[in-house]
Design a protein around this ligand. Structure first.
Ligand SMILES: C[S@@+](CC[C@H](N)C(=O)[O-])C[C@H]1O[C@@H](n2cnc3c(N)ncnc32)[C@H](O)[C@@H]1O
Length: 219
């Protein structure tokens, strides 16, 4: 997806992907991945997800990465929290305690930026990207996170004849193809989305859809 596409979505407030509450899979499966520790977390393509406050409340230092400065500003304003803003290239950093949002292009991250990161939370990041970009995304992620980093990944699979992404359909098989060489993969669960789920109804998914949760560990 081009940057302009996402800037326009934020400018027009077309952000149906924003949950406005903590993601259920994060809530249910984070401890399996992270234990009770407080390792640093990368949240790629983070939007203004409340999930970052939830992780912050558990003591994790956070780096969220997000293209849209509208999202970055709204994230703090809507929580009535203040952030100091540190303009820079290629990222402007919004900082509140040890929660940072780096405003800029994920593909500009370099390994030095993430030396301290041990965990990644990917909800609606991989599946926000079309197929050819997903490969590039995983290659870049793998290049910048340290070995041993663990990922909680949530995907969505549906009949691509019925709907055009984003979110794009990512099969379980594609997850194994994308990550299989460099990661240990655990397919934690697959859950059918109810046909009367508001998202499925709105997007005309008559054949339904399924969400999967994976935990990965970079070898
Ligand atoms: C589908 S949304 C998901 C946001 C968030 N993960 C959530 O669960 O609400 C994808 C987000 O990725 C951002 N984005 C897209 N391409 C990006 C890039 N190259 N670098 C950083 N952010 C990007 C978009 O602006 C958008 O906010």
């Amino acid at each position: 997806m081009e940057h302009e596409f996402w800037h326009e979505r934020w400018a027009k407030d077309q952000i149906g992907f924003h949950e406005g509450t903590v993601n259920q899979y994060l809530h249910d499966h984070w401890a399996e991945l992270a234990g009770q520790g407080n390792d640093a977390v990368l949240v790629p393509l983070c939007g203004k997800a409340h999930d970052m406050w939830w992780l912050h409340d558990r003591g994790h230092p956070i780096i969220g990465v997000e293209l849209s400065d509208i999202a970055c500003k709204d994230f703090f304003e809507e929580a009535q929290e203040k952030a100091s803003v540190h303009p820079g290239e290629p990222f402007t950093v919004f900082r509140h305690d040890n929660l940072q949002i780096w405003c800029g292009d994920f593909f500009q991250l370099v390994p030095d930026d993430l030396k301290h990161v041990r965990l990644v939370y990917d909800r609606a990041a991989l599946i926000a990207l079309p197929k050819e970009m997903r490969k590039r995304y995983v290659e870049h992620l793998t290049a910048v996170i340290p070995d041993g980093t663990k990922i909680l990944l949530i995907t969505l699979d549906y009949d691509s004849e019925e709907m055009q992404g984003p979110p794009f359909n990512v099969t379980d098989q594609e997850v194994f193809e994308l990550y299989g060489d460099d990661y240990e993969i655990n397919h934690v669960l697959k859950r059918d989305m109810a046909r009367d789920n508001p998202f499925a109804k709105r997007r005309g998914l008559r054949n339904g859809a399924a969400e999967s949760v994976f935990t990965l560990r970079k070898k």
